[in-house]
Ligand binder design. Structure first.
Ligand SMILES: Cc1cc2nc3c(=O)[nH]c(=O)nc-3n(C[C@H](O)[C@H](O)[C@H](O)COP(=O)(O)OP(=O)(O)OC[C@H]3O[C@@H](n4cnc5c(N)ncnc54)[C@H](O)[C@@H]3O)c2cc1C
Length: 462
């Protein structure tokens, strides 16, 4: 009898185009396991919204495996220890897993490889980080040449279908019960909006992909308009690996036409973010540009007004309708439109002069697509503190952005206090003298916030 093969699942919760699963199956009966290891990631253990998604994603995967009489084994604790224990219990000596690049997973992969045979596979990115290098063999730091070099190596391989047959082990090891993990909120149950907005799991990811493929040609024009569904909504499916990027690439039909081309370049941002994390593992924790250590941020831990401003931003009560709509969309659905993410992030960092890491933390807890690499690189991009980023002195103007990107419908969806306002008043009710009594006045005037940010920047530069 061939030895059972452990399939260690992490952010790769799918059956199709899953090279680790395919290889494990080719080697023997497969025992798939997910280990909930909160300690390894320290401050980046999954936040509330991600835990909600994870619960449903594991539930969906367990059902899909169940159709083949395969059990998904759940264990909780130190991943390396749990995998070694499991190997002992079932007489396995080989673990198959997709390769992951978060620093805690790289450490765990290194430790596990010393104790068991660990076979790692690529396929959660268009190309494995390190596959795209400059002429001198160095990793890219800047997105544009990285994207160009990636495109030259495209398309990715054709995605593989889910296995049709599984070989089963003689007996199944014990598993935790998913419900006992307490991943879902109970008191209070704040997930109602997320339940309404999302279907979780591999099949749901494919439905989203098919839906988007039909409108991908319009992506270039539509993606910046928060009032319409112009983007793909694939980010949580990609984050949890319910879809592979190769499936997405081929699913939209490759880079034909401007809409699809622009979309696939956004998908390359995902690879780029991972490439940055591989070079700078602490990127989501530390400004890349050292000079920002001298920046005099308003510190919510020491300054009561800064703390109140941070709370108002989190709750969507800044008095800037587009920022508030975005922050409330995030709270209700666990997702926020990309352009609004940029506006809301810029508002926190520049208008409120609060360190980007406070925003990174909030997004980490509230996004269903919270991703160590993508969140960190995007926050540093907006802040102007990153390796490739916007300049700090480029301060986004939330009021004119709201008009330019036609956000009235979006604001009406998420800020009920303003539904009665027409255009252009809805973008700037205070400026037009028609702010409803139950809607807050702006935390800071645009010009004043901008000047304060620029003065702080000049002082930092000395
Ligand atoms: C401050 C800030 C924080 C962010 N945090 C995250 C995060 O934690 N997780 C996350 O997945 N995205 C993050 N993004 C990037 C982007 O906003 C989301 O990927 C996008 O809004 C997801 O919606 P979509 O799937 O409809 O995207 P689409 O526009 O349809 O793009 C397709 C896919 O490309 C990738 N992508 C798109 N834009 C970016 C980008 N700027 N950087 C990296 N990958 C990108 C995503 O995987 C996305 O699903 C952040 C952006 C900002 C400005």
């Amino acid at each position: 009898m061939t030895k059972p093969q452990i399939l260690w699942l992490r952010r790769d919760l799918r059956l199709a185009d899953q090279p680790a699963l395919a290889a494990a199956l080719a080697a023997g009966p497969v025992v798939p396991v997910y280990v909930l290891d909160d300690a390894a990631a320290k401050g980046h253990a999954y936040g509330g919204a991600s835990r909600w998604w994870l619960h449903h994603s594991l539930d969906s995967l367990a059902r899909d495996l169940g159709k083949h009489h395969v059990r998904l084994i759940l264990r909780r604790g130190d991943a390396v220890e749990e995998l070694c224990k499991l190997a002992d219990e079932i007489g396995a000596d080989t673990v198959h897993a997709m390769r992951h690049y978060e620093p805690w997973w790289r450490k765990a992969q290194g430790e596990l490889a010393k104790r068991l045979t660990l076979e790692l596979y690529d396929g959660n990115y268009l190309l494995p980080p390190g596959a795209v290098t400059t002429g001198s063999g160095a990793p890219y730091k800047i997105y544009t040449p990285f994207a160009k070099a990636t495109l030259e190596q495209m398309p990715p391989p054709e995605p593989q279908p889910a296995p049709a047959h599984f070989t089963l082990p003689d007996k199944w090891p014990a598993s935790d019960a998913l419900d006992d993990w307490g991943l879902l909120p109970t008191r209070p149950d704040w997930a109602g909006g997320m339940r309404d907005f999302w279907q979780v799991g591999e099949a749901a990811g494919h439905t989203r992909l098919d839906d988007f493929a039909a409108r991908a040609a319009r992506y270039d024009e539509d993606r910046n308009l928060p009032s319409i569904d112009g983007s793909s909504f694939l980010s949580p499916h990609l984050h949890f690996g319910e879809l592979s990027p190769a499936q997405v690439w081929h699913g939209v039909g490759g880079p034909q036409g401007q809409g699809r081309h622009t979309f696939l370049k956004e998908l390359i941002w995902r690879d780029y973010a991972q490439n940055v994390i591989c070079q700078f593992p602490r990127y989501p924790l530390e400004s890349y540009r050292d000079e920002f250590a001298a920046m005099e941020w308003r510190d919510p831990d020491k300054d009561g007004q800064a703390a109140a401003d941070l709370a108002a931003w989190q709750q969507g009560r800044t008095g800037y309708p587009i920022v508030d709509a975005g922050m409330r969309q995030l709270w209700q659905t666990g997702w926020m439109h990309n352009r609004v993410r940029m506006i809301a992030a810029s508002f926190l960092i520049k208008h409120l002069l609060i360190d980007w890491r406070h925003g990174e933390r909030w997004f980490w807890d509230t996004l269903v697509d919270a991703d160590y690499a993508q969140n960190g690189t995007n926050w540093q991009w907006v802040a102007g503190t990153g390796v490739d980023s916007n300049m700090f002195v480029r301060v986004m103007a939330p009021l004119s952005q709201s008009e330019k990107f036609d956000a009235a419908g979006y604001i009406r969806s998420y800020v009920p206090e303003l539904t009665g306002l027409g255009e252009p008043q809805i973008h700037d009710p205070d400026g037009h003298g028609c702010r409803p009594k139950n809607y807050p006045e702006p935390l800071v005037a645009h010009r004043e916030g901008r000047e304060r940010a620029l003065a702080a920047y000049r002082a930092m530069k000395g």
